[in-house]
Design a protein around this ligand. Structure first.
Ligand code: SAH
Ligand code: SF4
Length: 352
């Protein structure tokens, strides 16, 4: 693939300026924007709304498609599809589509995309396949957006659309804060992809300063925090970030977020048998979360090669939920999706 700048990396106003600077009338940039974000075109040739000469020129100065799908995997129930994409520098990322059909799920025909924010991840959570591979690089905003446009195009062919986006694929979105926010802007902007902010969820390992910064933006985008343990000793064993930002500081940042936005926080909890799924842990967790507007999203661990932990069984999961709820903390147990294709490195969690 070429080293040309990616057209999706431009903000909508940068796109306008750039097209204007080429001596084109203002409506041309609208046509290009429509082609990119409403028609999901990813080749200059497809822009049949433009004169051929402009199409050709754009093809010489911009890259239109940064993602080369190199492998698809479908789960046995056909409800989950994972795509491995190769980037221009040969690094790979993955994106997962989860379908929740109206007949079988209450989420009326929901189409949730789980997208990546980085190739690899620097945070090293021991149970996570991405953490086990280490950090490669940040994705640009255009590379983040392009994952959505790729699936939007496929769904569109079946008269379907992306209904929810979760940033729960590879990488830590708040470690790549600026690009993540720029991508979300373009996804949310009605002139861009146009999906509602409340249908987007950012999941973070718990980078405290970034949670505060995000709170100050007063965004309608949902926030999920990967907690996974209720005390510093145990959290530190599985999530190295806890040594830098401990649970008290993390929860303080979450309280700040709730105060600033009036929105509840979701805590993610990978249920690991015998590690963080006892009734005692649930009681400790409930005590720490008391008074915080939140919800716990628990999902049995997806086992990975680099970590010996196993998923909790249904009974332990249900007991965990029962104890939390008895203490007034709402909890949902999510089914693992696409377990047979290691979807999202086993990182799938439901959206709000
Ligand atoms: N870096 C961000 C977002 C990507 S991970 C974060 O850590 O929040 C998305 C979610 O999947 C996180 O809650 C993460 O803790 C969880 N996860 C990672 N590996 C998992 C596994 N093997 N099984 C279950 N959940 C996992
Ligand atoms: Fe990174 Fe999130 Fe995996 Fe931790 S769980 S290693 S932060 S992707």
């Amino acid at each position: 693939m070429s080293n040309l700048p990616l057209i999706h990396d431009l903000t909508l106003s940068e796109l306008e300026k750039k097209i204007n600077a080429l001596g084109e009338p203002i409506y041309r940039s609208d046509q290009i924007r429509e082609g990119l974000y409403k028609q999901y075109w990813n080749k200059p040739d497809e822009f049949t709304n433009l004169p051929k000469s402009l199409r050709e020129h754009l093809g010489q100065i911009f890259l239109f498609n940064p993602l080369r799908p190199i492998k698809h995997q479908d789960s046995s129930d056909g409800q989950t599809r994972k795509t491995l994409f190769q980037l221009h520098d040969k690094l790979v990322i993955e994106t997962v589509l989860m379908k929740y059909d109206a007949a079988t799920h209450k989420g009326q025909g929901r189409r949730t995309l789980c997208i990546s924010s980085q190739a690899g991840c620097a945070l090293g959570c021991v149970f996570c396949a991405t953490g086990q591979m280490g950090f490669k690089r940040h994705l640009t905003s255009g590379e983040i957006v392009a994952q959505v446009l790729y699936y939007a195009r496929i769904l569109h062919e079946n008269d379907e659309k992306v209904t929810n986006i979760v940033m729960m694929g590879m990488g830590e979105p708040f470690h790549n804060y600026a690009n993540t926010m720029m991508a979300i802007d373009r996804l949310n902007d009605p002139r861009g992809f146009g999906i509602g902010a409340r249908r987007i969820t950012i999941s973070t390992v718990g980078l405290v300063p970034m949670i505060k910064r995000f709170a100050d933006e007063k965004s309608q985008v949902n926030l999920a925090i990967s907690l996974h343990a209720a005390d510093d000793e145990n959290r530190g064993k599985i999530m190295p970030i806890n040594k830098k930002h401990n649970i008290s500081k993390l929860l303080e940042a979450c309280r700040y977020y709730v105060d600033q936005t009036g929105r509840r926080v979701t805590f993610e909890w990978a249920l690991i048998s015998g590690v963080n799924d006892s009734e005692e842990v649930a009681r400790n967790l409930a005590a720490r979360l008391k008074g915080l507007m939140c919800h716990v999203n628990a999902i049995p661990l997806n086992p990975t090669d680099g970590y010996p932990g196993q998923a909790s069984d249904r009974q332990r999961a249900n007991n965990f939920k029962r104890v939390l709820e008895a203490a007034g903390i709402p909890c949902t147990i999510r089914m693992r999706r696409g377990i047979d294709i290691q979807a999202g490195c086993g990182q799938l969690a439901g959206s709000n």
